[in-house]
Design a protein around this ligand. Structure first.
Ligand code: ADP
Length: 369
């Protein structure tokens, strides 16, 4: 069946900062929902950098990407397959959409969990034009059958389709246009070696420093037409845990707070009041993080305790704890992962003014209401 072109990637010069052209949530073959989850929706989209020059920080990664881009441009070849890994909200989708824009090629977007069988991937592969980009988010969640289907497509731009069953089964080989696969994952360790090895370029995106996040906040405040004092931008950056998406969310909250109160500018004091109301402390710990530490300290006597046991006590999904809570607490040294389970550290107890044997002291009681 003939299919509409998915996305026409405009050249870099044709982009306006808020343009969303050139990016779509994927090729919906027969009108079905292919389900790419742009979790922060519209806002995230409009704040997403559109060119490599707009990308703040990650300078070494950007430098290397500039080189592969330039080489591909000069040779007129498609970009080599690229794997981006790093925590959520750190810029993987941003880079995956900026690169095709820079090259002026089409991009199709999908995600691992929405590709449950090879037939789900087929339309994307047959629809890929020469040099175009196929972006698969959460690629570590591809089922093995889809992953195996992808191998020859990545390596030889060919797919093997089996028709019929049993004795009558036939395999048809189909040639594809050379395309670029960009995979993004938050858990590169879960990727199988054969898939990982088929990515010629692999880049790891790390947490951002305060200065880079401050710059991102400053730029995004301008895009949102919010007047933000420097101290407020720094306060947001400090609480963002080095994650641009978290910074965007805090900025959005502070802007709402200011607009609701009829304020035209976001002063340092206003930002401070808004952040206090959100219960995000000066290290970026939110109420869920504090609940985790309090549970570990007060219910499990500081540990060691299994992650699932803590999750059950908190009445929270284990995945949420593992993906959203623990990485940061481990990074700031508030929790240790030992073979016998999680243990709280002295630094965490000091930060929260907690004792191991009992309740938080009076000044902290407010936090755990
Ligand atoms: P991921 O795909 O890793 O979850 P995204 O690429 O969706 O993260 O990034 C979330 C948001 O954070 C983007 O919409 C953008 O506003 C901001 N952002 C991320 N990385 C950068 C960057 N390097 N420079 C500027 N903004 C960024």
């Amino acid at each position: 069946m003939p299919r509409d072109p998915v996305l026409r990637g405009p050249g870099p010069g044709e982009l306006s900062p808020d343009s969303e052209e050139g990016v779509s949530s994927g090729a919906s073959a027969e009108g079905e929902d292919v389900g790419f989850d742009v979790d922060d929706g519209q806002l995230d989209e409009s704040l997403r950098p559109q060119t490599l020059d707009d990308v703040v920080g990650q300078s070494k990664v950007v430098e290397r990407l500039r080189i592969v881009l330039e080489a591909a441009r000069r040779r007129g070849d498609p970009l080599s397959h690229l794997l981006l890994d790093g925590p959520p909200g750190i810029g993987k989708t941003t880079l995956a959409t900026v690169l095709p824009r820079e090259l002026g090629v089409d991009v199709q977007i999908t995600s691992g969990p929405s590709l449950s069988a090879p037939k789900d991937l087929l339309p994307y592969l047959t629809n890929a034009s020469r040099g175009s980009v196929l972006f698969i988010d959460e690629i570590h969640r591809l089922p093995p059958t889809v992953e195996e289907f992808l191998y020859p497509a990545m390596e030889d731009f060919r797919i093997d389709i089996t028709l019929g069953e049993g004795l009558n089964a036939r395999t048809i080989n189909m040639t594809l246009e050379p395309f670029t696969l960009i995979g993004a994952t938050t858990r590169s360790g879960m990727l199988t070696a054969p898939l990982r090895d088929r990515f010629v370029n692999r880049e790891h995106l790390d947490f951002y420093g305060i200065e880079d996040v401050t710059e991102i906040v400053r730029r995004n405040a301008k895009r949102l037409k919010a007047r933000l004092e420097t101290g407020a931008a720094v306060a947001i950056a400090r609480r963002s845990r080095g994650v641009p998406r978290k910074a965007n969310n805090l900025l959005r909250w502070i802007r709402d707070f200011a607009d609701a109160g009829g304020h035209t500018a976001i002063t340092d004091e206003l930002a401070d009041a808004a952040l206090k109301m959100l219960e995000v402390d000066e290290l970026g710990l939110d109420s869920l993080d504090r609940k985790y530490l309090q549970t570990l300290a007060c219910v499990f006597g500081g540990g060691p305790a299994g992650m699932q046991a803590i999750a059950h006590s908190m009445n929270t999904a284990g995945e949420t704890i593992e993906d959203e809570v623990e990485p940061f607490l481990l990074r700031v040294g508030f929790v240790q992962r030992t073979p016998r389970g999680r243990m709280i550290t002295a630094a965490a107890l000091t930060h929260l003014n907690l004792t191991l044997d009992g309740e938080p002291d009076e000044s902290q009681r407010q936090l755990f209401k």
